[in-house]
Design a protein around this ligand. Structure first.
Ligand SMILES: Nc1ncnc2c1ncn2[C@@H]1O[C@H](COP(=O)(O)OP(=O)(O)OP(=O)(O)O)[C@@H](O)[C@H]1O
Length: 586
C-alpha cells in the first residue's frame, strides 16, 4: 500500500509522506514503550516497596509526553500530507491525461478519469489524514510490546511473537475477501452510474418510443447487480472480520492461561501477572484495531490500483525536438489501422483493421473530398491525420515529415477540426469561437463568423455574441452549434482544415454559405472534406472513394462519373434524394 502510494506520487512529491511515516513510526514505538513501562510500574506499586515507583512514573510521564508531542505533529502533518497528496495526484492525473493520445479518451475512460479525480483521490486523501496513523500504530505498537515483554517474561514474549504469523494469515485472508468483493462492488457501482447517466441522457428517445414509464432494463439490471454486490460484501465479508477479532481474543486467552499457569507453579508473582495481563490486553486491542481498519485500507488500495493503472498508461511517444514540415500537404503511405479495443480499464488489444493499406495525398492548397458508405473509415482517416492514434502500419506525413516526428504543439497548430459531434463549452458564443485563437482581433473574429455564416445567427440573437450557449451548447439549434464550431476552426487559421460532415446539420441556405467558405479557403489551405452533400464534393480538386477501409476510386467529379463506378452510384442516389428533398420543400 505504502509502496503503491509512493509510486502514485512519484519521487518528487513523496518526501512529505516519507517524513510522516517516520513520525508515525516514532509515535507507535513511544506508545508501545509507554504501555510496556506499566509492567515495572504496576509490579513495583503492588510489590513490597511501592515507594520505588517514582522513577518508573517519571519514565512513563516522559514517554507519554513525548508520545503526545509526536502524535500532535502526526495529526497536523497527516492533514497537510493528505491535501498535498490530493493536489499531487490531481497534477499527475492531468499530466498523464495530457500526454495520452486523444484517441484514448473513449466515453468510458473519460468517465473513469472523472471518477478517479473526484472519488478516488478524495478517498486516498484520507489515507495519510485518517487511516495511516492507526494502521502504523496497530502494527508497530504490538511489535514494540512483544519485544519489551522479553525484559519481563521471555515465555510470554515468545507466545506473543508466535501469535503474529497466525494473526497475519487470518488478517490477509479476511481482508483479501473484502478486497475482492469490494472490487466487484466498485465495478457494479460504476456500471450503475453509467446506466443512470445514459438513462437521463436518453429520455427524449425513451419518451418518443413510449419506454419511459416501464423504465429500461439495462438500468434495472445494473441497479440490481449493484444491490447484489453490496449484499455480498456485507454477507461474505463479515465472517472474515469476525474471525480476525476472534483470533485476536484467542491470543489474549492464551497469554492469560500461560501467565496463570506460571503463577500457580510459583515462577510469577501476582503483581507481575496483573502487569503482563494489562500488557497483553493492550497488545490485543492494538492488533484488533488493524482488523477494523483492514476493510478501509483494502478499499483505498483498490482505488490506488485503478489510479496507478491510469498513471501507468503509456504516453504517446513524442519527438524530443521535432522536425518542421516543409508545407501543409498530407501523405498517407500504405496506412493500415486497427482501433485498440475499448474495454473498461486500461488493457487494450487491437481489433479488426479499419483501414487497409491506404495511400492518399492531400495537396496544399486544395480541396479533397472523402466519400464512402457509413463505417468505411472516413473519420478514422481524419483522426490519423491529426495523430489521435498512430497508424498500425505505414506512415502519415505532413509536409514530408512523419507526424510522429512533429512536435505535438506544432502538429496542433497545423491542423484544425470541425467534428461530426460538435462540442461547445458552457460560456458565450464569443468564448466558444475565441477558443480557436484567444488572441484574435475583433476583425479576425468577424471574418471567421462571416465565413461560417455565424454572423447572421449573432445578429438575430438578442444577446448577440454574449449569448450563452448552455451546457454543451444545448441553448442553440444543431445548425447554430455547427456554425459556431466552423467559425472556431476558421479562426484558428491552421493550414490544414478537416471538415467532418460539417454541413450535416445545416439547411440548404446556410450550407451554401459553408460551401462558399470552403471555396474561399481552398486557395490558401489544405482542406479535407468528409461530406455526403453534393455541392462540396462536386467542386473538390480530387475525390477519394473509401469502401471497407480501402481507397477504391480517385479523381475529379467528371472523371469519376465517366468511370461509372461506386461514385456514380453515390451521385445518382444523392441526386435523387436531394432532388426529392428540394422538390418537397418547394
Ligand atoms: N474509437 C473507436 N474504437 C473502436 N472502433 C471504432 C472507433 N471509432 C470508429 N470505430 C469503427 O471503425 C469503423 C470506421 O469508423 P469511421 O467513423 O471511421 O467510419 P465513417 O466512414 O466515418 O462512418 P460515418 O460516415 O458513419 O461517420 C467503424 O466500423 C466503427 O465502428
Amino acid at each position: 500500500m505504502i509502496r503503491q502510494l509512493l509510486r502514485a506520487l512519484g519521487p518528487e512529491d513523496s518526501g512529505p509522506l516519507k517524513r510522516l511515516l517516520i513520525l508515525l513510526t516514532a509515535a507507535a514505538v513511544l506508545q508501545g514503550v509507554a504501555f510496556a513501562l506499566l509492567v515495572p510500574l504496576l509490579r513495583t506499586l503492588l510489590g513490597p516497596d511501592p515507594h520505588d515507583v517514582w522513577p518508573w512514573l517519571a519514565a512513563l510521564g516522559g514517554c507519554s509526553a513525548g508520545y503526545l508531542a509526536v502524535q500532535a505533529a502526526c495529526l497536523s502533518s497527516g492533514f497537510t500530507v493528505g491535501s498535498g497528496l490530493a493536489r499531487a495526484l490531481h497534477h499527475r492525473l492531468a499530466d498523464t491525461a495530457l500526454a495520452l493520445p486523444v484517441g484514448w479518451f473513449t466515453p468510458g475512460r473519460a468517465a473513469e478519469l472523472g471518477s478517479l479525480a473526484s472519488g478516488s483521490v478524495i478517498q486516498l486523501m484520507n489515507v495519510p489524514a485518517h487511516l495511516l496513523r492507526p494502521c502504523v500504530a496497530a502494527l508497530l505498537t504490538p511489535a514494540t510490546l512483544a519485544v519489551a515483554t522479553f525484559f519481563f517474561d521471555w515465555r510470554v514474549a515468545v507466545a506473543l511473537l508466535a501469535s503474529a504469523p497466525v494473526l497475519a494469515a487470518v488478517y490477509i485472508w479476511s481482508t483479501s475477501v473484502v478486497q475482492r468483493l469490494d472490487q466487484g462492488r466498485d465495478t457494479a457501482s460504476r456500471e450503475a452510474a453509467d446506466r443512470v447517466l445514459e438513462f437521463a441522457r436518453s429520455q427524449p428517445v425513451l419518451r418518443a418510443f413510449g419506454r419511459a414509464a416501464e423504465g429500461y432494463t439495462e438500468l434495472d439490471d445494473a441497479l440490481l447487480a449493484q444491490a447484489r454486490a453490496d449484499r455480498a460484501l456485507i454477507v461474505r465479508g463479515t465472517p472474515g472480520l469476525v474471525t480476525f477479532a476472534f483470533a485476536a481474543r484467542m491470543v489474549l486467552a492464551l497469554i492469560l492461561a500461560l501467565t496463570v499457569e506460571r503463577l500457580l507453579d510459583g515462577s510469577l508473582t501476582a503483581p507481575t501477572l496483573i502487569a503482563l495481563a494489562v500488557l497483553a490486553a493492550r497488545f490485543v486491542d492494538a492488533v484488533s484495531a488493524a482488523g477494523d481498519l483492514g476493510a478501509g485500507l483494502r478499499t483505498a488500495q483498490n482505488s490506488l490500483e485503478r489510479l496507478n493503472s491510469v498513471l501507468g498508461e503509456k504516453p504517446f511517444p513524442q519527438p524530443f525536438a521535432g522536425q518542421r514540415p516543409a508545407d501543409a500537404s498530407v501523405l498517407f503511405s500504405g496506412v493500415t489501422f486497427a482501433y485498440p479495443s475499448t474495454d473498461r480499464g486500461s488493457e487494450s488489444h487491437p481489433s479488426a483493421p479499419v483501414l487497409d493499406a491506404v495511400t492518399l495525398r492531400l495537396p496544399a492548397p486544395g480541396v479533397t473530398a472523402l466519400v464512402g458508405p457509413s463505417g468505411a473509415g472516413k473519420t478514422t482517416v481524419a483522426r490519423l491525420l491529426a495523430r489521435f492514434f498512430d497508424a498500425t502500419e505505414g506512415t502519415v506525413a505532413i509536409g514530408g515529415v512523419d507526424v510522429r516526428d512533429i512536435h505535438p504543439d506544432q502538429l496542433t497548430a497545423m491542423v484544425s477540426f470541425v467534428f461530426q459531434d460538435v462540442f461547445l463549452f458552457g460560456g458565450t458564443i464569443e468564448d466558444n469561437v475565441r477558443l480557436g485563437d484567444p488572441a484574435a482581433t475583433d476583425e479576425q473574429l468577424r471574418r471567421a463568423a462571416a465565413l461560417a455564416g455565424l454572423d447572421r445567427v449573432v445578429t438575430e440573437l438578442p444577446d448577440g455574441w454574449a449569448t450563452r450557449v448552455g451546457e454543451g451548447g444545448t441553448a442553440l439549434s444543431g445548425g447554430q452549434r455547427q456554425r459556431v464550431s466552423i467559425a472556431r476552426a476558421v479562426l484558428k487559421d491552421a493550414p490544414i482544415l478537416v471538415l467532418d460532415e460539417a454541413t450535416a446539420a445545416l439547411d440548404p441556405e446556410n450550407e451554401s454559405v459553408v460551401d462558399a467558405a470552403v471555396s474561399s479557403l481552398a486557395h490558401e489551405k489544405t482542406l479535407l472534406v468528409i461530406a455526403h452533400r453534393l455541392r462540396t464534393v462536386q467542386t473538390a480538386d480530387q475525390i477519394l472513394v473509401l469502401e471497407d477501409g480501402r481507397i477504391t476510386e480517385r479523381g475529379t467529379h467528371r472523371e469519376l462519373l465517366a468511370a461509372g463506378g461506386t461514385y456514380t452510384a453515390f451521385w445518382q442516389q444523392r441526386t435523387t434524394t436531394e432532388g426529392w428533398r428540394l422538390g418537397a420543400a418547394s
